[in-house]
Ligand binder design. Sequence first.
Ligand SMILES: [Zn+2]
Length: 177
Amino acid sequence: MLGSVARKLRFFGYDTWYTKSKPDVEIVLLGIKYRKVILTCDNDMYKRALKLRARAILLDGLGDLENIARTFFSYGTLLSTFMHVRPRCPACNGRTVKVSRSCLEEQILSFPVNNQFFRCWKCNKIYWEGSHYRSLKALSKRIDGRILELLKEPSLYTLNHTTIPRLDYVFWRMHLA
Ligand SMILES: [Zn+2]
C-alpha cells in the first residue's frame, strides 16, 4: 500500500526499505536493529512497533503527498531539510551516481537529450532529468508547503508523538544517503 511512498522517498534520497511479505515482528525487529522509522497503514502493526519501542508512524493512505508530509511533520522537519542531491534508485533503493551521456551513448540512443543522467549502482537502471524527474521535484516543494500548513495546526502535534524529536535525533534516525 505504501510502495508508491517508498519509491518517492528513495527518489528524494532517503534510504527506504519496502516489503510486502515479511511478518510484522520481523519488520519491527529490523527497524530497531537498523534504526529505521517504520511507516505503516496497519494499526495493529503500528501498536506492535510502539510496544517494542520501535520508531513508527501510522499513515492513513490519504495519498502520497499527505503521507509524506505527515511523516516529516511528525519529526518537525521539512522534506527538503535532509533531501539528498542524488536520488536513490526508486526501484531497488540502490545509491545512484551521476554519469555523462557520452558514457551511455550505446545504451540510451533513443533517450531524450538531457543534461544529467544517473545510474543505479545496484541494478544499473538509468534515470534522467526528464518530465517525471521534474514533476517529483515539484512534488517535493508541494510536500514542504503542506508541512508548513500542518505546522500551523497545533492540534496535530500529538498525532503520532507526544513531543516532536530534536532535529539532530531525526538526522540520526533517518539514515540518510
Ligand atoms: Zn536500482
